[in-house]
Ligand binder design. Structure first.
Ligand code: RIB
Length: 306
């Protein structure tokens, strides 16, 4: 079977992860038990997930001209990811993300976009041949909105399907400009930000996802953590059940879901199967600390029963 050709147009960050017993109050200093640094960024995490699952992945991103830039590039190469369009921006820092993980495995994340903000439509034009040869293009919202919209338009012209993960949530996202994407994959809080609707129950999530279908977005897949994932396609909805695991760090679980979904969807053409795999892969990623560090290879994934 040919490997799925996946191009990720998106972000990279260096994750500075502090494991805390509790978050400090304002003005308070407390001791945290552990710190770890690793490669992250939603785009990079999704690219690495797809690569370790066996896809042929290409990354379009920008790094800073600091110590993190060459290391990030090298990290992509170590996973066999094409770096022809991983460029360095003079005078800019790389993207970094201070992250705090609490004992219940939940996380709080700050992002400093740095060089990621400089990924521009002209970079998309330069990568056009590679994009045009892709089975799917995967994007998030840690780069400029102008570049997100431009890439979606170019992909439509090139007839390349797009998966957009609207993370982090941005209320300025114009649904009219993204409605041609093939898959729109928010989590429930992103869905709430984008629709302004309640998302506490599965019925409320269903209603909110349907409004996106009505706005012209064909396939909406809402990741709802411990409740699984809900897929809404032109008026029909289905809940794909979750996989229960003992989680230690949920950081990057959504990215694991997206990278895995893209890989299995391109391979099989079967949305339900790809969601089932992605639910399982995302759950597995929460069983180990770290973001990219918690992504297992296809071999391990396929032979692990949960
Ligand atoms: O989704 C998790 C990611 O969000 C982290 O790796 C961090 O870099 C932020 O982009």
């Amino acid at each position: 079977m040919a490997k799925p050709k996946i191009t990720v147009v998106g972000s990279n960050m260096v994750d500075l992860i502090t494991y805390v017993d509790r978050m400090p109050d304002r003005g308070e200093t407390i001791v945290a038990p552990e710190f770890s640094m690793g490669f992250g960024g939603k785009g990079a995490n999704q690219a690495v997930a797809a690569a370790v699952l066996g896809a042929d992945v290409r990354m379009v991103t920008k790094v800073g001209d600091d110590v993190f830039g060459p290391n990030t590039r090298q990290n992509f190469e170590s996973h066999g990811i094409n770096v022809d369009f991983v460029d360095s921006v003079p005078g800019k820092s790389s993207g970094v993300a201070p992250i705090f993980v609490e004992p219940d495995s939940s996380n709080s994340i700050l992002i400093i976009k740095g060089a990621n903000e400089d990924l521009s439509p002209s970079d998309i034009d330069r990568a056009e041949t590679m994009i045009g040869e892709s089975d799917i293009v995967v994007m998030q919202l840690e780069i400029s909105m102008e570049t997100v919209y431009y890439t979606i338009d170019r992909c439509r012209e090139l007839e390349v399907p797009v998966l957009l993960n609207p993370a982090p949530a941005d209320p300025s996202l114009e649904l009219e400009k993204i409605r041609t994407v093939s898959f729109f994959v928010p989590n429930e809080s992103e869905l709430k930000t984008l629709t302004g609707m309640a998302v506490d129950t599965v019925d409320e999530i269903t209603a909110a996802a349907r409004t996106l279908n009505e706005a012209g977005i064909q396939n909406v897949i809402v990741t709802i953590g411990e409740r699984g994932a809900l897929v809404a396609t032109n008026g029909t909805t289905k809940l794909i059940p979750p996989v229960s695991v003992s989680s230690v760090d949920t950081t990057g679980a959504g990215d694991a879901f997206v990278g895995c979904f893209a890989t299995y969807y391109v391979e099989s053409g079967n949305v339900d199967l790809a969601i089932e795999k992605a639910n399982r892969y995302a759950a597995m990623s929460t069983m180990k600390p770290g973001t990219q560090k918690s992504l297992v290879t296809r071999e391990v994934f396929e032979k692990t029963t949960l």
